[in-house]
Structures are given as structure tokens and as C-alpha cells.
Write a protein that binds this ligand. Sequence first.
Ligand code: G1P
Length: 289
Amino acid sequence: MKIRKAVIPVAGLGTRFLPATKSIPKEMLTIVDRPTIQYIVEEVVASGIEQVILVTSSGKSAIENHFDYDFELDTVLQMKKKEIMAEELNHISNLIDIVSVRQKKPLGLGHAIWSTRNVVGNEPFVVVLGDDLVLSKEPCCRQMISLFEEVQESIVAIQRVPMDQTKNYGIVEGQPYKERTYKVEKMFEKPAPGVTESNMAIIGRYILQPEIFSLLEETEPGYGGEIQLTDALLKLSRKRAMYAYEFEGMRFDAGDKLGYLKAIIAFGTRHPELGEEFKQYIKQVSADF
Ligand code: G1P
């Protein structure tokens, strides 16, 4: 079955990034010239997805406005003969069909995904977390969709992390299946030290079978008192096969201050117009201190 829909949860408060995120959604923080959410949406578009389902909460209207058509701004830009900028803005509003679903209460990632059940319906879909940026030759979602075409089962994207950081992630245990791919056996959400020896951390990319919705419905609050996607995934992995895929590329946690700075350097130094000068500047400024 073709994967057509991508769920992007953006309802989180962004407390790790205060005070910057007091009145601006963290997904609207800019990397070079685009908000982080635009990189995410561009990744799913480049992966062949046809519809984005944003899971929002109050205070997130800037994200919806960013992908909307702004008649007033377009008219002003046309009048001022700023056609290239007008074209760029129209490109953003024509990127993809976007709908929003409200997460009524902040009950966790699992609950956010569950909120989309009526819009996703009975088909496999992608989940992309608004914080996790991936820089790669082939878009991360497209790599996962290629694997899905072969296995037709749920997939979580993983990367190896240092053992002292496993407590910050969902962690997978599994058996090698083929290159970069493992068959999932166990999963733990933010395990305390000693719970698992695995360092395969789930990053914010999933392909899920729609059975996940009924499993989420019966999932009790877990880590942090929240309904955890990882807990429902563990149940799904016991019913049918699930794979963990070590994607090719670099991942940045753009919802974290240091991760965000790293993303700026990585995306900035690769920018087609500014990249070379920015690289020189980084060398110079690092040498000066
Ligand atoms: C969420 C998931 C976790 C995953 C992480 C990746 O946690 O619950 O399993 O490893 O995203 O970014 P959060 O970072 O939202 O606490």
C-alpha cells in the first residue's frame, strides 16, 4: 500500500527553548532562512507524501499561517516588483495539502498521534517529529518508504547514541535483519541506566500501520505520566513484525539549544549562496578565541 499521509505533531510547548518560545512556536525558529517546520515539510514532499496532518494546540497558528497563502503580502510584493520573493512565498503555500487536528489536552506523543485517527483512516502513514531535522542525500522519509515497500510493516528510524544518553530516547532492542535494518524485539521509553544494553535510539521518524490507533486507545500513561507512542509500538511489535532502520544522514534535535546551534552550522555551511562565506567566517571566529 502506498504511503500518502504524514502526521507531524507540533502541539508541544517547547519549554526546553524558553524564553525564545514564549510567544513563538519552537517549530518556527529559523535555520538560515526557513523555519525548522519547513525543512520537515519539504522532506515529506520530497519523499512523495501527498498530505500533511499537523497536530496543533493553541498558540501554534503561526505554523498554519506559514503554509497558507497570504493575499495581502502577495499583493504588496507584486506591487513592489519583488516577483522572486512572491514566487518563493507562493511555493511555500503550494507545497502540499495541509490539514490540522487539535490535540485537546497535552497528554503525550501517543495521544497526539491518536488524535489523527479519523483523518489518517485505515492506511499506513508516516510520523515525523517537528524537532528532528535530518540532513541527508536521500530524504530520511524516502529511505524508510523504500524499506516499507519491501517489508510492508511498521518501521522506526534509529541512530546509535552514547550509552549515557539512552535515558533521553525511546530505545530499541532487536536482531539484525539486513543491512542497517533490525527486527524489533523490545522497546523502552527513556530507560533508566541498566534497563537495556542497547544504544539504538528512536529518532523522530516512524512508518506506522493503522492498528496503532486502537493500541494507543488502550495504552495507559507511562513515562512522565504521558501516553507514550513507544509503549503502543511495543504492543504492535508483538502482534506483527516491526523494523528498526538505521537511516543514512545526520540528525539534529532542533528543539534543544545545542542541537539547534549545530543545525545552523550544518545547514548554513551547505547553503548554496551563503555556505562558502559562512564556512570561512566560522574558521576565522573560532581562531580568534
Ligand atoms: C520522543 C519519543 C522518543 C524518541 C524521541 C526522538 O521523545 O517519545 O521515543 O526517542 O522523541 O526525538 P521526546 O524527545 O519528545 O521527549
